[in-house]
Design a protein around this ligand. Structure first.
Ligand code: ATP
Length: 236
């Protein structure tokens, strides 16, 4: 996760006064969020608070109606998703987006954007090191695996693009605790390696255990933010 923004004091992600939504529906109402490179940030909040909308706005799927979105100092407000992805932002979202007609390995290789064959092989090896079960199942259909294994594949696909920032949107939804443990162990490895993580979660304890900083989204604004220990202790 080495990068030009590292050590320069320029945050990898910087949102100032971001508003966005869907047509008439205003969802985000002035979000300020600064994430230095290498930090893990938890975004918590009830159903409908706007967490996914925030993730989609950062990824460029929704253009902000006002405010500024910067990645490594560059103003990218209103840029389309592929341009934001080029700057190293990956989005591991609900629904997983696995191609059912491709094998596990094909699903991974197709996600290695702009990588030549040897770089793609190296990235594939790194994903298989992180999730050995994917190597065991590499020739199987992408959607033929269990829910947890498909989630590993979704994370693996995000990693194949060698991102600087990954947004994990409710990756543990509907999974058994033992499977969630495995996913969160992998996230801890990524954090250890210096990757910047945004963890959107309803499982508050798990997200706070991994995060350096946490924000609680309430009706499109951050109602609360602070160190995970502070958030965990706050009765609100
Ligand atoms: P959840 O945990 O349920 O996914 P969330 O915090 O991620 O919730 P969002 O999905 O961002 O919340 O939704 C925020 C608000 O935007 C909700 O009121 C939702 O109904 C609305 N919304 C979401 N997607 C759309 C859409 N495509 N068009 C119109 N409104 C939408």
């Amino acid at each position: 996760a080495a990068s030009s923004a590292g050590g320069t004091g320029v945050p990898l992600l910087d949102l100032q006064g971001i508003c966005s939504g869907y047509g008439q529906a205003r969802v985000l109402k002035g979000i300020d969020l600064t994430i230095p490179e290498g930090q893990a940030v938890a975004i918590l909040g009830a159903n409908g608070a706007g967490k996914t909308t925030l993730a989609r706005t950062i990824g460029g799927a929704i253009a902000p109606t006002s405010g500024v979105l910067r990645i490594a100092g560059e103003d990218v407000s209103g840029r389309p998703p592929h341009r934001i992805a080029e700057l190293g932002v990956a989005h591991c979202m609900e629904g997983r987006r696995i191609f059912p007609t491709l094998t596990v390995q094909e699903n991974l290789l197709i996600a290695a954007r702009n990588a030549d064959a040897s770089a793609a092989r190296e990235r594939l090896g790194a994903v298989y090191d992180l999730f050995p079960v994917l190597a065991e199942r590499k020739d199987q259909g992408g959607t033929s695996m269990s829910g947890g294994q498909q989630q590993m594949l979704a994370i693996g696909r995000a990693l194949m693009a060698r991102p600087r920032l990954i947004i994990f949107d409710e990756i543990s939804l509907g999974l058994a605790p033992v499977v969630m443990d495995k996913l969160y162990e992998a996230l801890a490895v990524l954090k250890q390696a210096g990757m910047t993580l945004i963890i959107i979660e309803q499982d508050v304890d798990r997200a706070l255990a991994l995060a350096d900083h946490a924000y609680v989204l309430e009706h499109g604004v951050f109602g609360l933010s602070g160190a995970p220990s502070q958030i965990a202790a706050d009765p609100r």
